[in-house]
Design a binder for this molecule. Structure first.
Ligand code: SF4
Ligand code: SF4
Length: 305
């Protein structure tokens, strides 16, 4: 037994989120609202129903979901499309998710399952054979994992007891005490710093970055030997100027025990916004690969001055 956590995905064979080959456990719920978020299903801290129209057989052939929902939350599209619409205000997240069960095509999905730490660890351990090379293991990501503190710490402690190597991927927007407790049992921390400008951070994520930057400074001071990789997604028009890179480099200069990586902005998650009845805020945006190189170079140059 243990505190249950709301998990929206367990994804094996990742090579980008910590050393070696990792299995990523994604926790649902995030206090930030980054406009470029590639996992929109991670943001809401509750279970959600998603609808993928590409899988739907069409209302002319099938109306199982309309008949299956006991609350009338699934209706025909009012613009005449041959597929249903979810009226989210009516959805009661009924215990067995009747819509998901009713759909013969897998077009209706539920994001979020309440799982115990042991259930999650057993899923992760199925991938153990991949962890042996390169020091792979479990990475807990989100959403923001610090947002589910009891489950996060139970999960990491159990993984530690079972000799799994662990990493935490965090935005740093959470309680320092939870971050510190997690840092005691993980081998690696992947820490997102979006931008140094407070005004830009607020505009792009909906939150101030003071807590994030303070938590990182405290973490590096308290755990000078812990492997901490600071990562910055380079988003065109948000944080890709030379001033942003220089400010970031200057901030990192005071943190000699962290490494740094600039990540390319991408739109892989764009389709999932539609599944949730939302519109992707940055439609049409692309990143020039040279902008990523320049950002990386300028950040490291400012850091090493
Ligand atoms: S979860 Fe239940 S209430 Fe919500 S849309 Fe599906 S069937 Fe209807
Ligand atoms: S039950 Fe599934 S396949 Fe049938 S109309 Fe609803 S979403 Fe489409």
């Amino acid at each position: 037994m243990g505190t249950k956590g709301l998990v929206f995905n367990v994804q094996g064979y990742s090579v980008h989120d910590g050393p070696g080959i990792r299995t990523i456990v994604f926790l649902k719920g995030c206090p930030l609202g980054c406009q470029w978020c590639s996992n929109p299903e991670s943001q809401n801290p509750n279970e959600e129903v998603g609808f993928n129209p590409a899988r739907c057989l069409g209302l002319a052939k099938c109306q199982m979901c309309l008949k299956g929902c006991p609350y009338g939350a699934i209706v025909a599209d009012d613009k005449g499309a041959d597929y249903p619409t979810i009226k989210r205000s009516l959805c009661q997240k009924c215990p067995d998710y009747a819509c998901r069960k009713a759909c013969p095509a897998g077009a209706l999905v539920v994001y979020g399952d309440f799982l115990e730490p042991l259930e999650v660890i057993k899923r992760v351990e199925k991938d153990e054979v991949f962890f042996q090379r390169g020091g792979g293991g479990l990475t807990v990501s989100g959403g923001e994992p610090l947002n589910q503190p009891d489950f996060l710490l139970d999960l990491l402690s159990l993984a530690h007891k079972r000799r799994l190597k662990t990493a935490l991927e965090t935005s740093g927007f959470g309680s320092y005490e939870v971050l510190k407790a997690a840092a005691r049992v993980v081998e690696n921390i992947l820490y997102d710093v979006k931008v140094i400008s407070r005004a830009k951070h607020l505009a792009g994520t909906g939150q101030d970055n003071e807590l994030i930057l303070d938590n990182l400074k405290r973490l590096t001071a308290d755990f000078p030997k812990l492997s901490i990789l600071v990562r910055t997604p380079v988003v065109p028009g948000f944080n890709d100027t030379s001033k942003d890179a220089q400010e970031l480099g200057q901030f990192l200069r005071a943190l000699p025990n962290v490494t740094f990586e600039a990540l390319p902005y991408h739109r892989f998650g764009e389709g999932k916004y539609g599944f949730l009845g939302r519109t992707y805020p940055l439609a049409g945006l692309t990143l020039d690969p040279k902008a990523l190189e320049d950002f990386n170079r300028l950040t490291l140059a400012a850091r090493n001055l």
